[in-house]
Design a protein around this ligand. Structure first.
Ligand code: PEP
Ligand code: MG
Length: 322
C-alpha cells in the first residue's frame, strides 16, 4: 500500500474540480524532514519545539537552538517552516524548570502564559528563530493565545529580541511573519480581533476540541465524548475560517484532525486549503484530496451546519466521501 501511495508523492495536490490543497508536516526535530520531503510535503506547518527543552538538565542556549532551526530552514529551502514557540505545561513537562504541580494543568500555567512570565527564556528562543530566518522561509507562531493582549505582549518581547540582536551585531530577518495557534475557544470568539494583529492562523484541533467540549484529551474514560463532529466544533471552525477570510489572512489546521483523510470534505467546505499533519498521514490524506470534489465539500458543510447531532453529521460526511 505504501509503495502504491509513494507514486502520488510528487503529483500536484488538487481536487477533481481543481481546488488546490497545501499539505505540510508537523515535526519535532529536523531529522523528520528527510522523509517529509520524500513524501512531497510543501513545508512544515508546525515545528513543536518542546522537544528541544525536554529530557535534559538545563535550557538550550540561543546558539544551540539557532543551529537546529537553521538546519531545518536550510533543508526546506523556499518551503515555509512554521516554528511554534515553546508550548510546555499541561501534558508536556520540562523537569529542570520545576513547573508547579497543578490540579488542572490544561487550564493552568502553560505555553504563552509561561513565555510571557519567563521573558528571558522566551526572548532567547525568539532571538534564535530570528537569526535562523535568514536561512530560509521561517514563520513564528505563538501557542495557546486567548486574547489580543497576549499577542501584543509577545510582540513586545519579539521587538526586544530584535533590539538585542542589533546591539549584539547579529544579523536577522526583520519581517519574519508572526501567527498564532487558534486552540482556545476564546480565541475563536475574538478571531476577528486577533486577525488584525497577526499574519496567519493555525487551528489546533486537539486542544480546541478538548476546551470546547470540556473533555480532557488524555483521559480514556471520557474519550467517547471527544468528538470532532460535535455541532459546536463545526460552528467554531466555521467562525475561524470566516474571520480569517474576512481579514484576508491565511488559516491552516495542524491538529490531528488535519491528518484524517475522512475530514477532507470538511476543510473543502470551510474553504481551508492548508493542512499540517504527521508525516505518515501525508500520502493517505493526499490520496483522499485527489479523489475529492470541493463542491461536494461545500454542500456537505452547508447541510452539516444545520444538523443537530454529531451522528447525523457523520452520516452526511460518509455520504460525501462515497
Ligand atoms: C493542537 O492542540 O491541536 C496542536 C496541534 O498542538 P499540540 O497537540 O502540540 O497541543
Ligand atoms: Mg495544542
Amino acid at each position: 500500500n505504501l509503495e502504491r501511495l509513494k507514486q502520488i508523492a510528487h503529483v500536484p495536490t488538487v481536487t477533481k474540480d481543481n481546488v488546490k490543497m497545501e499539505l505540510k508536516v508537523n515535526i519535532s526535530s529536523a531529522k523528520e524532514l528527510d522523509m517529509a520531503l520524500k513524501y512531497g510535503a510543501k513545508g512544515v506547518g508546525l515545528f513543536r519545539t518542546e522537544f528541544l527543552y525536554m529530557d535534559r538538565v538545563s535550557l538550550p542556549l540561543e546558539d544551540e537552538q539557532y543551529e537546529v532551526y537553521r538546519e531545518a530552514a536550510v533543508k526546506l529551502g523556499e518551503r515555509p517552516l512554521v516554528i511554534r514557540t515553546l508550548d510546555i505545561g499541561g501534558d508536556k513537562s520540562v523537569s529542570f524548570m520545576n513547573l508547579p504541580q497543578e490540579d488542572n494543568p490544561a487550564l493552568g500555567y502553560r505555553a504563552i502564559r509561561i513565555l510571557l512570565d519567563c521573558r528571558e527564556l522566551f526572548k532567547t528562543q525568539l532571538k534564535a528563530i530570528l537569526r535562523a530566518s535568514l536561512h530560509g522561509n521561517i514563520r513564528i507562531m505563538y501557542p495557546m493565545i486567548s486574547s489580543v493582549d497576549e499577542v501584543r505582549q509577545a510582540n513586545e518581547i519579539l521587538e526586544q529580541a530584535k533590539q538585542e540582536l542589533i546591539e549584539e551585531g547579529k544579523p536577522f530577518k526583520d519581517n519574519t511573519p508572526v501567527g498564532i495557534m487558534i486552540e482556545v475557544p476564546a480565541a475563536v470568539v475574538v478571531a476577528d480581533l486577533l486577525a488584525e494583529e497577526v499574519q496567519f492562523f493555525s487551528i489546533g484541533t486537539n486542544d480546541l476540541i478538548q476546551y470546547a467540549l470540556a473533555v480532557d484529551r488524555m483521559n480514556e474514560t471520557v474519550a467517547n465524548l471527544y468528538d470532532p463532529y460535535h455541532p459546536a466544533v463545526l460552528r467554531l471552525l466555521k467562525q475561524v475560517a470566516d474571520a480569517a477570510k474576512a481579514s484576508g489572512i491565511p488559516v491552516s489546521v495542524c491538529g490531528e484532525l488535519a491528518g484524517d483523510p475522512e475530514a477532507i470534505p470538511l476543510w473543502l467546505g470551510l474553504g481551508i486549503h492548508e493542512l499540517s499533519m504527521s508525516v505518515q498521514c501525508l500520502l493517505p490524506v493526499k490520496e483522499q484530496v485527489l479523489q475529492s470534489d470541493a463542491q461536494t465539500g461545500k454542500s456537505f458543510l452547508a447541510e452539516a451546519l444545520r444538523l443537530r447531532r454529531s451522528s447525523e453529521i457523520k452520516e452526511r460526511l460518509r455520504a460525501a466521501l462515497r
